[in-house]
Design a protein around this ligand. Structure first.
Ligand code: F6P
Length: 474
């Protein structure tokens, strides 16, 4: 039987549903499964207090989607609680926002154990298992406890903070230390990988081979695998989408003004408040730009039951009203704010039509908006990208105008620079970034991760299976 790839993540992009999953994970995993035989297992997104017996399954092509509901208690303790009130803020360097409770930690462990029980019935001997993101850190330990010896890899889509920050999490060894049960742990950047290597060392792990560490009798390899996009596909999509009625109507509504774009999930890590303050400052010190630029902020909401998310929503809407009230005219609204997620096609068209993208997170694992914006541009007349130095993408996209999002004046100056950037400079900056994205696609990301995972095991049957899966590149 062919080696199957079992993908496990909290959210699953279930086909035939009209929801557009926000975030890079869904895009990357979809692409990883495109040419493979596999299973994508995770949470259905639904809450039900009926005891989960078996996952609901849906087969599309060579991929089997298997999802389970969570109970209200699981949803509160595992998802809203431990994953998003403890791990998310800490991994994003926001110790101040951590709200730890033992009940949430046990809910997190309980859901990981539930996932392991369900997966145990799905996984076959030759399968390769690839677990995604912070919701599922202890999953490999749970699977090992059930006797699973398959190769199991983990990829962290979000940043990894330095050891002193990680250590502020109560019982951190139990959660973060459990990552050693994976054969390979992947990060977005060298910096994230090095932070975790230092953390493991602080727990007493010993380096064994290059990039591998041993702790409590388990050896794990660490690596940086910056996630990419389907560059050529996305560029084609954008070329076509810009002619769609949706984009044409939006462009017409601008009446010849420049379009500056922000696209972010509503999250405190995205720096939306800092960015709005910078736009406010920009309009204050550059009156000649008033009525000549519109800033469109597309911001789907998520995690609305968590206090910090409700707070950020209020702060953002209040600040936008202030800016619109302060600078707006009867015929000009400086900031347009949309709380919905658009389809991939519609967004690609908006990216293409935009003159400037503002991607200024306070901390971000990668940020695929930055990459998709670059891929969507017309190489003959590209828009300019303003990018935070704290996004993983900054390590690759050095043609962007790189900013520190904490410096309002600096971002305001970058907005002016980007809006006024001559065509020749825009082309000079864009060309090498696009070339980089063409060389480092999402396919290359998944191939290199899975090849590295295969290398962690020397079983010949496994290597053969991986070769069959990836062809010559394995
Ligand atoms: O990687 C970032 C991430 O947390 C993904 O795991 C997730 O799919 C996405 O952001 C959106 O977050 P949520 O699923 O909590 O709405």
């Amino acid at each position: 039987m062919a080696t199957r790839l079992i993908i496990v993540s909290n959210r699953v992009a279930i086909p035939d549903t009209r929801q557009h999953l926000a975030g890079g994970l869904a895009v990357a995993v979809k692409a990883a499964l495109r040419d493979r035989v596999g299973v994508w297992f995770g949470w259905s997104g639904d809450i039900s207090d009926q005891e989960a017996t078996a996952p609901r399954r849906l087969k599309r092509g060579r991929v089997d989607y298997a999802v389970i509901d969570l109970s209200e208690a699981d949803y509160q303790e595992y998802y809203n609680g431990f994953a998003n009130r403890v791990l998310w803020p800490i991994l994003h360097y926001r110790v101040d926002l951590q709200e730890y409770s033992r009940a949430d930690q046990s809910g997190y462990m309980r859901v990981n154990s539930l996932f392991a029980d369900q997966l145990d019935a799905i996984i076959e001997e030759d399968d390769v298992v690839w677990v995604h993101d912070y919701h599922l850190m202890p999953l490999a330990r749970e699977l090992r406890a059930r006797g699973r010896v398959n190769p199991i890899g983990f990829f962290l889509h979000i940043p990894c903070a330095p050891p002193d920050i990680l250590a502020t999490m109560p019982n951190h060894e139990e959660i973060l230390g459990s990552l050693v049960h994976y054969d390979l742990v992947g990060f977005q950047t060298d910096n994230d990988r090095d932070n975790f290597a230092h953390y493991l060392t602080s727990l007493g792990a010993k380096p064994v081979r290059s990039a591998s560490f041993t702790l409590d009798g388990r050896t794990t390899r660490l690596g940086a695998f910056p996630v990419g996009i389907e560059t050529a596909v996305y560029a084609r999509l954008a070329r076509n989408a810009v002619r769609s009625r949706f984009v044409r109507e939006m462009v017409e509504s601008l009446n010849g003004q420049k379009l500056m774009l922000g696209v972010d999930r509503l999250d405190y890590s995205k720096g939306i408040i800092h960015r709005l303050n910078a736009f406010d400052r920009f309009l204050e010190v550059n009156p000649e730009w008033r009525s000549r630029v519109t800033y469109l902020q597309v911001t789907p909401k998520s995690r609305g039951e968590i206090r910090e998310y409700a707070q950020i929503e209020n702060e953002v809407t209040t600040l936008i009203s202030k800016i619109n009230g302060r600078f707006g005219e009867a015929a000009w609204t400086p900031v347009r704010y949309v709380n919905r997620s658009y389809s991939r096609t519609a967004l690609a068209g908006v990216y293409r039509a935009a003159d400037v993208a503002l991607v200024t997170p306070l901390r971000d694992g990668m940020n695929l908006v930055a990459k998709e914006f670059v891929a969507a541009q017309d190489p003959e007349n590209p828009g300019a990208l303003i990018l935070s130095q704290f996004a993983g993408a900054a390590a690759e996209l050095d043609g962007a105008v790189i900013v520190n999002p904490h410096e309002v004046e600096g971002v305001a100056a970058a907005i002016k620079q980007a809006l006024e950037m001559p065509l020749i400079e825009r082309r000079d900056r864009h060309g090498p970034m696009l070339a980089r994205l063409r060389d480092h696609t999402v396919d290359q990301w998944s191939d290199s991760f899975l090849t590295a995972l295969g290398e962690t095991r020397q079983r010949p049957s496994l290597i053969e299976g991986l070769r069959a899966m990836f062809g010559a590149s394995a």
